[in-house]
Write a protein that binds this ligand. Sequence first.
Ligand SMILES: [Mn+2]
Length: 310
Amino acid sequence: MNRIVLGHIKPDLDAVVSTVVYSQIAYHVSYPEAKPFLTGSPNKETRFVFDTINEQLPEVLKSAEGREVVLVDHNEKSQWLEGVEPDKIMAILDHHKVNFSHSEPIHFRVEPVGSTSTILAELIFEHAQPVPLVAAKLLISGIVSDTLMFTSPTTKSIDRQMVDRLNKIARIPSVQSYANSMFQAKSDLKGLSMDEILSDSKTYDMGGNSVKITVVETASPEKALDRLDEMREFLTENKKFESFDYSILFIVDIVNQKSIVVGISDREVQAISKAYFAIDDLGDGLFLSPGTVSRKKQMVPPLQEYFESK
Ligand SMILES: [Mn+2]
């Protein structure tokens, strides 16, 4: 088959799960069939889940050139794999802000829910299709990962409902302790390069400034803080090299629901201290932001507002 299904670049677990499950169910839910590929190397959480479930990961694809594509867990061009062509996009399933237009009607389903895995689960149930055991386990993993076990403010009640329904098939004895092991796997930074540790970044235009927001989600912030100097150095070099105006790092403690915000130079420190309300200055360019876990809902809006009113 020439048609492929892809997640966003720097794929997270939800993106990978969505491509795999999509390829298994597309035909049964009247979507275009497609073969799954990875858009980059999988993170430790993703490896843990696929190892635990004993499912093979798709191969990494370097370019989508010449292929018809289905996009899952993203729609914006900045997130596409190299070589994706707009008029070869056949379908999109996503839960992010829409920044996409197309000259032809395509399969397009975007919902404000906690994960793309949630939407895939809905699709299967709507079509009254049986859920394969592996798909049920993968989808639970994707939902739990993106919603941080339902603690992220992006969580909707449908996310919990889908996990409950899927677990009638998957029969994971305790989804909470399964989630804890996923988060532990994600927090293990041993043997990872800075490029890998800091791979979860997105760049925004904020009042004419290019602002890069990098997120490290961890169940053990101390492991991340051990490598703080390296992180600062990497982000400083990266900012120079890619000429961003600002580069801000959030080390998110997903167990205790708080972030340590890292300013890599004076201008970032100033922006952080002015943009965020109720933030504790810990000194040395570090700030504590209680309750902050979601880039989309909590990190971006205050900064956006700050830069636009500046
Ligand atoms: Mn997602």
